[in-house]
Design a protein around this ligand. Structure first.
Ligand code: ADP
Ligand code: MG
Length: 337
């Protein structure tokens, strides 16, 4: 008989990393989420070689107190929830306390953080702290990741070309920028600026940054409300459709989610206006009581469980239908971009 043993932390972190850290884009997602949860208003994202060479995320959020930085890298260590009740009413993007230990376990990670007084810089290699020193007192956090997957060869091999990886990172950054127009995002790849948003809280301006001015000029605002849900956002006029579903972005309480039924609800709003095989371009934001949504379904939190999915779908469909019924009443004239 083999002996049953609890795994050593470094091994269990690596197993968790298998779920949380699939590729550079997953790291970028987790670190941007942490910055947003820290109330950052300005977030810088720099990747080199699609993030395979290095990833750097700098935020001006509240920082981590110097005496808690090591704790942040322990498994299931989080400042975001404390009890069962919190778990069922999640208001932050993170809550599992898994991202930092997972990322650190498969890379060389340097974090520099300060709450506005004395700052600290910590370097970890394969999850082990190899250096600690005082650093700048400027409020905020910066994290640099190198040697990604150096100790997980299969994962390293699974990485695609630099173009594919940077494409995934761009998707993540674009969605975050669309979800948070009040935050200023600066994103560079190999030193080249890819996205810059002003943070002036105008969603249509972010749409223009992400999809181009031409596209933004074809978007119309949507609005919907029920007792449980508030729906807002923009949809493109039916003249502008896409060949893929991925241009329908749905955000619930600031979190990008994937949900087949809700995507269908968007399509239904267009009814017969969509040509067969074509999909709308839409940015739909839903605000709702966090107790009506279970985000603790999958480590990446892309899929969520909703208690009244159909009712929400109806509010979305109606909100979209309404703009297009009004559309037909307004004489069509070319709009200036
Ligand atoms: P989670 O986000 O689920 O709490 P993480 O492993 O991502 O878990 O982070 C652990 C903790 O470290 C967070 O709860 C937070 O207190 C702190 N932290 C991480 N990143 C930042 C950041 N950029 N700014 C301030 N605090 C941070
Ligand atoms: Mg987190």
């Amino acid at each position: 008989m083999k002996v049953i043993r609890q795994l050593h932390d470094s091994l269990s972190n690596k197993i968790a990393a298998g779920e949380v850290v699939e590729r550079p884009a997953s790291i970028v997602k987790e670190l941007i989420e942490n910055a947003i949860d820290a109330d950052a208003t300005d977030i810088l994202i720099e990747i080199v070689e699609g993030g395979m060479e290095s990833i750097r995320i700098v935020d001006n959020g509240h920082g981590i107190p110097s005496d808690q930085v090591e704790t942040a890298f322990l498994r299931h260590a989080t400042s975001k929830i404390q009890n069962d009740r919190d778990l069922f009413s999640i208001r932050t993007l993170g809550f599992r306390g898994e991202a930092l230990p997972s990322i650190a376990s498969v890379s060389t990670l340097t974090v520099q953080t300060s709450t506005g007084t004395q700052g600290v810089e910590l370097t970890l290699h394969g999850g082990e702290v190899i250096q600690r020193q005082p650093s700048s007192a400027k409020k905020g956090t910066s994290i640099v990741i190198k040697d990604l997957f150096y100790n997980t060869p299969a994962r390293l091999k699974y990485l695609k070309t630099k173009l594919t990886e940077s494409g995934h990172v761009s998707d993540v950054v674009n969605r975050m920028a669309l979800a948070y127009p009040a935050i200023s995002f600066h994103y560079t790849s190999d030193g080249k600026t890819i996205l810059n948003t002003t943070g002036n809280d105008r969603l249509l301006q972010v749409v223009a940054e992400v999809y181009g001015r031409q596209t933004a000029s074809m978007m119309v605002p949507i609005e919907g409300k029920s007792l449980d849900y508030t729906v807002s956002g923009y949809v493109a006029k039916p003249e502008l459709t896409r060949a893929s579903r991925q241009y329908m972005s749905i955000f619930i309480n600031g979190r990008y989610i994937r949900n087949y039924k809700l995507a269908q609800a968007i399509q239904q709003g267009f009814h017969t206006l969509l040509p067969i095989g074509r999909y709308p371009l839409a940015i739909v934001k839903i605000e709702m009581d966090p107790t009506l949504i279970d985000v603790n379904v999958h480590p990446s939190k892309l899929e969520v469980r909703l208690s009244k999915e159909e009712a929400l779908g109806d509010v979305m469909t109606t909100a979209i239908k309404e703009v297009f019924s009004q559309e037909t009443l307004i004489p069509q004239s070319p709009k200036p971009v």
